[in-house]
Design a protein around this ligand. Structure first.
Ligand code: NAP
Length: 245
């Protein structure tokens, strides 16, 4: 049987790296993206002959589109798309420069529109697909200094739920995973400077690991999750418990 193919954005480090390894270990061929040559070499080394990597920076929309089109021409279909890449660029709204707003929205949110538009026709044709989107607890609770980040991550929720409805009858599921505080390069500084204060807000009294997130992504990527779509799964040690996610 043909191996399933997954595209994982931001696969060089943190959560995306663990997701890639987890999917590779489940027998999936993984194509990971990175923004640097060093990053794409790191991914290739990690995945060995079970995957590959491509250079993409979502700031450049036209190159992003070209690269994903090339990918589809080469592989014909992507079975699993994990939209993980994301950035923060914090500022209180009152002094936030336009560039910080646009940058975060482009990388975190607009990129999924451009990529999904290119890969979804082949998923529809084969009547199978898994789209897993990494949002954030911040999309639901907000955070001072993160109007840009929170808007991008809430945007992903609206995008994913709507898309889930559009493609549900085609064997394609679209779900989100919303991490709480996970120890990665993105959070290392704040998690060490405000360790006690943040831990006090987490009922499980520990930060999450990239593996905690990768486990859920792996399940949502599998056939076992075939009746779940349009859902937002929180992975936060109980920090945010919502009745209607
Ligand atoms: N860590 C947390 O506590 C936490 C909580 C909630 C949600 N999340 C979300 O989880 C996802 C992964 O975060 P992380 O903690 O693993 O962060 P990370 O270690 O900083 O990794 C971010 C990834 O995004 C990629 N990326 C950054 N700018 C990009 C651009 N312009 N174009 C394309 N790719 C770009 C990076 O690629 P390079 O390696 O090439 O730089 C990197 O692989 C993000 O969407 C984040 O918002 C994280």
């Amino acid at each position: 049987m043909k191996k399933k193919i997954a595209l994982v954005t931001g696969a060089n480090k943190g959560i995306g790296k663990k997701i890639s390894i987890e999917l590779m270990n489940s027998g999936i061929y993984v194509i990971g993206t990175a923004t640097t040559e060093v990053g794409i070499n790191n991914i290739k080394k990690k995945l060995k002959n079970q995957g590959t990597s491509i250079l993409i920076n979502f700031i450049d929309i036209s190159i992003t589109k070209k690269t994903i089109k090339k990918l589809i021409n080469k592989y014909k279909t992507i079975d699993i798309f994990v939209h993980n890449a994301g950035i923060i660029n914090d500022n209180l709204l009152i002094t936030m420069p336009d560039i910080k707003w646009n940058h975060v929205i482009d990388v975190n949110l607009s990129s999924i529109f451009y990529i999904t538009k290119i890969i979804i026709p082949a998923m529809i044709k084969q009547k199978y697909g898994r789209i897993i989107v990494i949002s954030s607890i911040i999309s639901c609770i907000g955070q001072k200094g993160q109007t840009n980040y929170a808007a991008s991550k809430s945007g992903l929720i609206g995008f994913s739920k709507s898309l889930a409805l559009e493609v549900a009858s085609r064997g394609i599921t679209v779900n989100l995973v919303s991490p709480g505080y996970i120890l990665t390069d993105m959070t290392r500084k704040i998690l060490s400077s405000k360790k006690k204060e943040i831990l006090n807000k987490i009922p499980m009294e520990r930060f999450g690991t990239p593996q905690d997130v990768a486990n859920v992504v792996s399940f949502l990527s599998s056939k076992q999750s075939s009746y779940i779509t349009g859902q937002n799964i929180h992975v936060n040690g109980g920090m945010y418990v919502d009745l209607a996610t």
